[in-house]
Design a protein around this ligand. Structure first.
Ligand SMILES: Cc1cc2nc3c(=O)[nH]c(=O)nc-3n(C[C@H](O)[C@H](O)[C@H](O)COP(=O)(O)O)c2cc1C
Length: 341
């Protein structure tokens, strides 16, 4: 029996539920993008274009423009420097066009920022460059004790609403897991115009260098146990949200991807495991997923998606506080290693 692995995400039909998350060494490189498609990826999120990159570029642009117009009067009619001036953001738009030519899977552009500044106009440019959808990664770290959780959430919601106004593209919003009431906040993001949520961004945590006594940000790749966080929240959110849901963080094996789909994800997005083991991991996971579905008599991914969401699972208390108490009090020294996603 052949199992239909296709799935819908942001209104796009994907050939299977394995996508590549935003990651420069993976989706920022055209050869790698082709290899990922060949290995089975159904969608790719391009690396983010950052608010800071755009703002920096703007400053440079203005500086050059002023220098040019002060130095050479006729430059205002020719703008030779400006024509040749190849900026980060402009390269980004070119990369979208090139990626669309290089592969036939949907290409999602990514903007990464936290304030509602002029940089948002790049959303429209990403649309015009031919992206199939836009992922907005909002990464804001509140450090001021005067800022309330409502202030933080308002910032996210305003940003989503502003980006929504400027594009007709399907819009996914990527957030971290640290919100006081994620179900309520998620509803507001969807009401502000998000067609999908990407759960969850991984924060790059700072570390302290004991030799130099410097605080240094350090990117550590994920491990497969981290999929537990999106599994829980996707299961809780699935029945309460009409939007698409993408899972990212800790998807390393077939088991983790399947659990996320059972919880209610429409697609799972990978980065770390592909960096560690290469694009062929996608082929392995797809084959194993197909075999599992066949063995468990599923006809399609659509059929099993969300069948273990909070509303559908036999014991929803496992997702809540009761499970926490049971897990702590039942733990023994002989406890077996936890089964991993
Ligand atoms: C090297 C690297 C670069 C990344 N760059 C971006 C990025 O530009 N934009 C973004 O939204 N996420 C970025 N991410 C986060 C990934 O898209 C992904 O959501 C995260 O790593 C969790 O997935 P994983 O557990 O499979 O790694 C990056 C991750 C890695 C490891």
């Amino acid at each position: 029996m052949s199992v239909d692995l296709s799935t819908y995400y942001l209104g796009l039909k994907l050939k299977n539920p394995l996508g590549v998350a935003a990651c420069p060494p993976l989706t920022g490189n055209l050869d790698m993008l082709r290899r990922l498609e060949e290995a089975g990826a159904s969608v790719a999120v391009l690396p983010s274009l950052f608010e800071e990159q755009i703002e920096h570029d703007e400053l440079e642009f203005n500086r050059l423009f002023e220098y040019q117009s002060e130095s050479f009067a006729e430059a205002l009619t020719h703008f030779p420097v400006l024509q040749e001036y190849n900026t980060g953001p402009r390269d980004y738009l070119k990369h979208i066009e090139a990626a669309k030519q290089a592969v036939s899977i949907p290409i999602i552009g990514s903007l990464n920022g936290s304030s509602t500044g002029g940089w948002i106009r790049y959303a429209r440019m990403i649309e015009e460059a031919g992206a199939d959808a836009l992922e907005l990664n909002i990464y804001f770290v509140p450090t001021d004790s005067d800022m309330t959780s409502a202030d933080v959430e308002r910032r996210y919601i305003d940003l989503v609403a502003k980006v929504r106004q400027s594009v007709a593209l399907p819009l996914a919003v990527k957030i971290g897991p640290n919100f006081t009431s994620l179900p309520n906040f998620a509803q507001h993001l969807v009401a502000a115009g998000a067609d999908g949520l990407v759960l969850f961004n991984r924060y790059v945590e700072a570390d302290i260098d004991l030799d130099t006594l410097q605080m240094k940000p350090d990117l550590i790749l994920s491990n497969r146990h981290e999929a537990r966080v999106p599994i829980r929240w996707i299961a809780i959110l699935r029945d309460q949200l009409k939007s698409s849901l993408a899972a990212t963080s800790g998807v390393h094996r077939m088991q983790g991807a399947l659990k996320l789909l059972l919880a209610g994800a429409d697609v799972t997005m990978m980065a770390s495991v592909l960096l560690m083991k290469g694009p062929t991991m996608l082929t392995t996971i797809l084959e194993e997923m197909h075999a599992w579905l066949e063995e468990h008599e599923y006809e399609s991914v659509e059929q099993m998606k969300g069948s273990m969401s909070r509303g559908n699972c036999p014991d929803p208390s496992a997702l809540e506080r009761a499970n926490y108490m049971k897990a702590l009090t039942n733990y023994t020294m002989e406890h077996p290693a936890p089964p991993s996603p």
